[in-house]
Design a protein. Structure first.
Length: 79
């Protein structure tokens, strides 16, 4: 997460802290912005940079042998 985002979130929370009354709506909005930013970064890291889809395909190909032969072989070997 870039420092700019962290500073902006910190600033927003500080502004909320300095308000005379606690505003639930503004607090919820700030928290939602933080959540969206983190979710976006996590999506980028896990799905794109770490190639999650390739890993999931490899797992599927290994366990299902891409067409379900794993289950059929398992039944034959279990007899």
């Amino acid at each position: 997460m870039p420092i700019v985002d962290l500073e902006a979130f910190s600033e927003a929370i500080m502004k909320l802290q300095k308000m005379p009354e606690f505003n639930v709506l503004l607090f919820s909005r700030v928290i939602e912005e933080i959540r969206e930013c983190i979710a976006s970064r996590l999506l980028h890291l896990v799905v794109y940079k770490a190639s999650l889809l390739d890993h999931m395909k490899a797992i599927k190909d290994y366990f299902l042998l891409a067409k379900g032969e794993f289950y059929q072989t398992f039944l034959q070997e279990a007899r």
